[in-house]
Design a protein. Structure first.
Length: 568
């Protein structure tokens, strides 16, 4: 039975049980057929049913035993049956042998292919047990340890942590760095790095002060203090991090930048970007975790509303023009650009990027690392690109008039150009280009789409609760009376063991503004950003605040978080 037929059968059951409207079933089936959505996930995310209710319904309907996964210690499962590719492919988990049969946890009773694949792979007859979808997803991630093989930090000895391989670096000698004395430092730093990866941190901050030292992780955009090692270890901690990044440990007077590739298991290596900064009381070191998986998320995972996504895809499908992504540092601009590049990355296209720095390697794309000391800046890289027969060009950032003019010339001569600017809104991006000295007619004729964005923290689905805000308060925040009358529900953060302060993960908030004839006319008449913003509102373009309120109404984030990321 093929995947589409399975979805159809399950949808038919839910329609028959009056848990799903026929029209909604058709829509969900279409989304699931794209291969980017799981049908059961869609049911639960859109609150059509709950994991528990679906488990009970399917168990009764198909006569398959139900099991509470909380009663199974998944960390103790036999390694022999831990086949990551099969587990992820089928969203099913082999549990244990019973009566000579391999018991497999599934959330879809018609997942016959999964049972057949496990039976063929392990040479044992299989029998399914029905489990809740949410608990199965958590158990799978726990078993596979988010891609880190079977390493569990609690089970790793200090010797193993100390011997984790740092690739492509050379040990530098210094009077203060002694391999015997620094063994505890090596273990301590490796533990911190592993802990940061497991917590989903984006950055680590090692900060010395006069009488204290602190380590902070940035998780979902917010810094959290994690540890306070003795201030006496300040120099040794900085020295160890610089050794790992192949930096000059004897140089403490000027900033340095480097990279670390740390192999933490047989098949998994993590990249870090390292920056040191001399401060009053020692060297501050900041490490950014470079997550290559973020570049492979797919546009459906970034949080665009359907109309916004269509505008982005339409601009990407144009043979020429300029797409600008704008927002502050840490707002997800790079991920949006990489997502677009991945969509464009086909054998028929020649794609070149100029980045400072190149954070994530993308196969099939020619990436250039900017090196201003050697004379390789964005402008010179762009000039070289145009002599290399490109179809798509990505410029990490437009910082000056020279770069802007070359990028616009490329966009006007048959190339698709993607780039970023640091402005607060889409309308301000256009006036920023004007203020740089770019002629208005060049902006109007080359720019095809501007995306302003922010990242908001997602509410934890396990603990979020209804926020009791009176109607007048909701009106003051920007919701309409029609939304309130229709039963608008707003949620707030609580906090539990599964999240950080009531939030888990982040979602994009976007203002996607196409270049229309009316906007182009305002630019040609030297209009300001306020006039452009007023025109885009008339054209139905949701600004950042309005887009954030949509996410609040959907229960994705809280009103407090929406205010935090869009108050400027």
């Amino acid at each position: 039975m093929d995947h589409a037929a399975k979805i159809q059968g399950l949808a038919t059951l839910l329609v028959r049980k009056r848990l799903l409207e026929a029209s909604t079933a058709v829509s969900l089936i279409e989304q699931a057929r794209t291969g980017k959505h799981n049908f059961i996930s869609l049911l639960i995310e859109q609150k059509i049913t709950t994991s528990k209710a679906l488990q009970q319904l399917l168990s009764d309907e198909y006569g398959i035993a139900a099991l509470d996964l909380d009663t199974v210690d998944v960390e103790q499962l036999d390694d022999e049956y831990r086949n990551e590719s099969l587990i992820r492919k089928h969203h099913a988990l082999p549990l244990y042998i019973e009566r000579g049969m391999l018991i497999v946890a599934v959330d879809d009773p018609i997942n016959i292919t999964a049972l057949e694949d496990f039976q063929f792979s392990f040479g044992k007859r299989t029998e399914p047990v029905l489990v809740e979808h949410d608990k199965l997803a958590k158990a799978i991630e726990k078993v596979l340890d988010s891609g880190f093989d079977d390493i569990d930090l609690g089970d790793v000895s200090d010797d193993e942590l100390a011997s984790m391989e740092v690739q492509d670096t050379e040990r530098q000698e210094d009077d203060e760095v002694d391999s015997t004395d620094d063994a505890p430092i090596v273990v301590y730093i490796n533990k911190l790095l592993m802990d940061a990866i497991r917590k989903g941190a984006s950055d680590l901050h090692f900060e010395p002060y006069e009488k204290s030292y602190r380590v902070r992780f940035r998780i979902d955009g917010i810094l959290h203090e994690i540890a306070s090692p003795p201030i006496t270890l300040s120099t040794r901690l900085a020295a160890r991090l610089k050794v790992m990044a192949n930096l000059d440990i004897a140089e403490r007077r000027v900033p340095q930048d480097g990279r670390i590739k740390m192999r933490i298991s047989r098949t998994k290596a993590i990249d870090f970007r390292v920056s040191t900064l001399p401060t009053l009381w020692g060297e501050k070191v900041v490490m950014r975790i470079l997550d290559s998986s973020s570049a492979q998320l797919g546009i459906d995972m970034l949080g665009y509303e359907s109309a916004q996504k269509e505008l982005y895809l339409s601009a990407l499908n144009q043979p020429q023009g300029m797409i600008l992504v704008t927002g502050p540092t840490g707002s997800g601009k790079t991920v949006s650009l990489y997502t677009g590049l991945n969509i464009l990355n086909t054998p028929e296209r020649n794609i070149a990027t100029a980045e400072d720095p190149v954070e994530i390697n993308l196969a099939g794309i020619n990436q250039v690392q900017i090196n201003t000391r050697a004379g390789l800046d964005f402008a010179s890289a762009l000039r070289a690109f145009l002599r290399q027969d490109p179809d798509v060009v990505m410029v990490g950032e437009i910082r000056d008039l020279e770069t802007a003019e070359i990028a616009i010339k490329a966009a006007q001569t048959g190339h698709l150009v993607l780039s970023t600017l640091h402005t607060n809104s889409s309308a301000e991006t256009l006036t920023r280009l004007l203020n740089m000295g770019v002629p208005a007619y060049n902006i109007a004729s080359s720019v095809s789409l501007i995306i302003a964005q922010r990242l908001a923290r997602r509410l934890c689905s396990s603990c979020k609760t209804i926020d009791d805000i009176p109607p007048e308060g909701l009106l003051a925040e920007g919701f309409s009376q029609e939304q309130i009358d229709a039963g608008l529900t707003v949620y707030k953060a609580v906090g539990c063991d599964d999240c950080t302060g009531g939030y888990k993960g982040r979602v994009g908030i976007y203002e996607v503004m196409p270049m229309t004839d009316a906007v182009a006319k305002i630019i040609m008449e030297n209009g300001n950003s306020l006039q452009i913003a007023q025109q885009t509102q008339k054209e139905g373009v949701a600004n950042l605040r309005q887009s954030a309120l949509v996410k609040v109404a959907q229960g994705v984030t809280s009103l407090a978080e929406a205010a935090r990321v869009t108050s400027f």
